[in-house]
Write a protein that binds this ligand. Structure first.
Ligand SMILES: C[S@@+](CC[C@H](N)C(=O)[O-])C[C@H]1O[C@@H](n2cnc3c(N)ncnc32)[C@H](O)[C@@H]1O
Length: 224
């Protein structure tokens, strides 16, 4: 796959192939063990899909790249120190994971270009990156905790652009945003209880899971 993250910041989510994973499933634990630098764990509930969705080897990432309004240079110690200030003081586990993610990213720093997703020029940049990525593999455009920062009108324009890429077979679209950020995606799954503050993981516009904003858990959901 060719992985393109929009709102990538320092690009720390662009190395899913350099991590091991442990999923705590209702039926027990499932883990990968490739001797990766770090391990990501997640509590998994709901109608868990069959074994075909769980990777049994490192994910095949042939190309990685990103864009952001204000990219963080993962090589720059000052910029990384600033990133650390964003982790809440009591979240020691997140701070440790962030440090591991920085180490991992520094072994192969991804190019994260400056672009504004709320501006036509930024969307053209996205299009150019999809074109470039498509020369290396099946393109996956992903974003997590990003589109909420866009004005609603710009968010809708971006969503249409991403749906267009999917419809044209140019990319898959993986979204992980708060439940009210892309209402049309959220609405393809079961209705989210009012008192549940959750992110919704969407694949090509279809809600596939309700997720914790920092990835601690996911609850698979059936299509509505
Ligand atoms: C909460 S951070 C999430 C970073 C990363 N996706 C992650 O999960 O760690 C939000 C990111 O969105 C970026 N962002 C906000 N508005 C943007 C815009 N209009 N165009 C591009 N990126 C934007 C910010 O610069 C920031 O890096």
């Amino acid at each position: 796959m060719a992985l393109l993250e929009i709102g990538a910041s320092a690009g720390l989510c662009l190395h899913p192939d350099r991590w091991d994973y442990t999923w705590h499933l209702p039926t027990g634990e499932m883990s990968t063990d490739h001797g990766a630098a770090g391990r990501l764990t997640c509590e998994v509930t709901g109608p868990v899909p069959g074994p075909e969705v769980w990777p049994d080897g490192p994910l095949p990432v042939a190309w990685r790249g990103g864009l952001d309004l204000a990219p963080v240079d993962v090589i720059d110690d000052d910029q990384v120190a600033w990133l650390e200030t964003l982790v809440w003081p009591e979240h020691d586990d997140r701070r440790a994971r962030l440090r591991t993610a920085v180490e991992v990213a520094r072994t192969d720093p991804p190019a994260v270009v400056t672009a504004d997703l709320a501006a036509p020029a930024g969307l053209d940049r996205l299009d150019g990156l999809v074109e470039e990525a498509g020369r290396h593999g099946r393109v996956v455009v992903m974003h997590s905790a990003v589109t909420a920062y866009l004005p609603v009108a710009a968010r809708q324009v971006l969503e249409q652009r991403l749906r267009g890429l999917v419809a044209a077979g140019r990319a898959h679209w993986l979204s992980n945003e708060g439940k009210r950020v892309h209402p049309a995606v959220t609405a393809t799954g079961p209705s989210v209880p009012d008192d549940l503050a959750t992110f919704v993981l969407g694949l090509d516009g279809q809600a596939v899971a309700w997720t914790h904003g920092h990835g601690r858990s996911m609850r698979w959901v059936a299509p509505r």
